[in-house]
Design a protein around this ligand. Structure first.
Ligand SMILES: C[S@@+](CC[C@H](N)C(=O)[O-])C[C@H]1O[C@@H](n2cnc3c(N)ncnc32)[C@H](O)[C@@H]1O
Length: 122
């Protein structure tokens, strides 16, 4: 699977747009209903962050969100504009699956899986 091309489905008329709207709605609701205080989001297999970035940016609780977006394919991190289109909170950041600098997240590939599991110390 070319995970960069997969995101073509988010283009105009793309087949992923309905799915995206559902995921954004659900995430938005979870953020709103979260107990008071910091809201930690770990998006494992984050892709270009379409599901998380805009949702957090538009949330009335965006300043309480600390997001970690974990993505293995550097092309997707670049396409997301990790420098300019950041997650809304200053505490939020992108990392690749094998981060070069210490951040409070561990990522490992699950045996037999193309994806990974993560846990956080935060
Ligand atoms: C189906 S896409 C989902 C992207 C995003 N969550 C969305 O819904 O728009 C899955 C993503 O997982 C990434 N991925 C696959 N294996 C991974 C791994 N071991 N660690 C981090 N990301 C991984 C792929 O590069 C791909 O961008």
């Amino acid at each position: 699977m070319d995970w960069h091309r997969w995101h073509d489905g988010y283009g105009p008329g793309g087949g992923l747009l309905a799915r995206l709207a559902l995921v954004q709605d659900q995430l938005s609701q979870v953020i709103i209903e979260a107990p008071p205080g910091p809201i930690m989001i770990i998006s494992v297999c984050a892709g270009q962050g379409h599901d998380v970035v805009a949702t957090v940016a538009e949330s009335p609780r965006r300043t309480e969100v600390r997001a970690r977006l974990v993505e293995a394919d550097e092309r997707n991190v670049v396409a997301a504009g990790a420098g300019s289109r950041r997650p809304a909170s200053a505490e939020s950041r992108w990392c690749t699956a094998m981060p070069a600098r210490p951040i409070p997240i561990w990522v490992r590939r699950r045996p037999g899986s193309s994806c990974c599991a993560a846990s956080s110390a935060a």
